[in-house]
Design a protein around this ligand. Structure first.
Ligand code: UDP
Length: 338
């Protein structure tokens, strides 16, 4: 089985690549390294540095991988995209042009070459006005940002690709991806970092003086926002299960979370317990666009694919992230300079 992973040098992509290799897949990574890290890519994966916006390069790449009697890849997992909700509201055209444009180019090659299966990295940002919590897949799709809208377009395009070309697809709508590979060699390293857990750990490492808590007056038990943190390895495993399921089954959509909500203050306390650091905080204003509570109902993927989170506890999630941050305080720069 030969799988193309776009964005395989990024946080979630690199963990999926590691799991695919461990399970015996042949993996090709396509990444422009605008946000990803070359050294995050597993040594046994074939790496190609390229931009999905460059149609000529992408087309050559697919032609080069063409096999005699089979399509160039048995499946594609598409992670490559800009991912910041806040930035997408300040630079909407960057998101619309790149995220949507890249996927159009990719789908054109995928369908032209008859690649049979496609997994899309989608998002809980499609649920901006949930009627029921935990949120299942029947909830109304209301993107909460331009970023979310680009993923919504992606899901819609896949629906048409199936209808026209028979492409089988799975959209995985992630809640809050967190944690790091349990052996500590890869982990989260965004620049700029905007996510709660790595920011807390950067304070514990002495790289930041404190962290601002965005809002303490939400309608939640302690007044801070509640999120569903899911371990990146559990996410990765869901992708591989989905890829297998598409070999015989129909296209589908799954929500991916632990089903457990934790408030910002609970995450803070866990980070303090794991690191033994006081982690000073500043109480700040609400961040624009944050919903009080986002928790997944992942019953569907559990029932249909037998998926089960292995790293379900918040403590495990923060502990694996801490192992990575402690051993790589400067992220992948520590590996590049070794
Ligand atoms: N958050 C915070 N301070 C920060 C970063 C995040 O209080 O410096 C809060 C944020 O308001 C949200 C939660 O932590 O309620 C998770 O935010 P993150 O950006 O990690 O993920 P999101 O839920 O926005 O995808």
């Amino acid at each position: 089985m030969k799988v193309l992973v776009t964005g395989g040098a990024g946080y979630i992509g690199s963990h999926v690549v590691a799991q695919l290799i461990e399970q015996g897949y042949q993996v090709v990574v396509y990444d422009n390294l605008s946000a990803g890290h070359r050294s995050a890519v597993h040594a046994q994966a074939t790496f190609f540095e390229g931009d999905l916006m460059d149609r000529a390069v992408l087309s050559d790449f697919f032609n080069q991988h063409q096999r005699d009697s089979q399509p160039p890849f048995d499946g594609v997992m598409h992670f490559a995209s800009h991912i910041q909700v806040g930035e997408s509201m300040k630079a909407p055209f960057k998101y619309l042009r790149d995220n949507v444009g890249a996927m159009i180019n990719l789908l054109e090659e995928v369908t032209h070459h008859g690649v049979p299966r496609f997994i899309l990295s989608s998002t809980a940002n499609l649920y901006d006005a949930p009627e029921r919590i935990p949120i299942d897949e029947t909830e109304a799709l209301i993107p909460g940002s331009v970023y979310g809208e680009t993923k919504y377009f992606g899901e819609r395009m896949l629906m048409w690709m199936e209808r026209i070309y028979g492409l089988r697809y799975c959209c995985l709508r992630y809640f809050n991806a967190a944690g790091a590979h349990p052996d500590g060699h890869i982990g989260e390293a965004h620049d700029p970092e905007t996510h709660l857990i790595p920011l807390l750990l950067q304070v514990a490492l002495g790289q930041r003086e404190n962290i601002t808590i965005y809002g303490t007056d939400y309608d939640t038990p302690d007044g801070t926002c509640i999120r569903d943190y899911i371990h990146v390895i559990d996410l990765a495993d869901a992708h591989i299960l989905a890829l297998k399921a598409l070999a015989t089954g129909e296209s589908r959509v799954y929500n991916l979370g632990n089903g457990m909500g934790y408030s910002v203050l609970e995450v803070l306390e866990t980070a303090r317990a794991v690191t033994g650091h006081a982690i000073p905080v500043v109480y700040g204003e609400r961040r624009a666009g944050d919903l009080p509570r986002l928790v997944a109902d992942s019953t569907r993927i559990k029932q249909e694919l037998g998926w089960h989170p292995e790293f379900a506890s918040l403590h495990q999630i923060v502990q694996t992230a801490w192992n990575w941050h402690q051993s790589h305080p400067n992220g992948f720069e520590d590996i590049n300079t070794k």
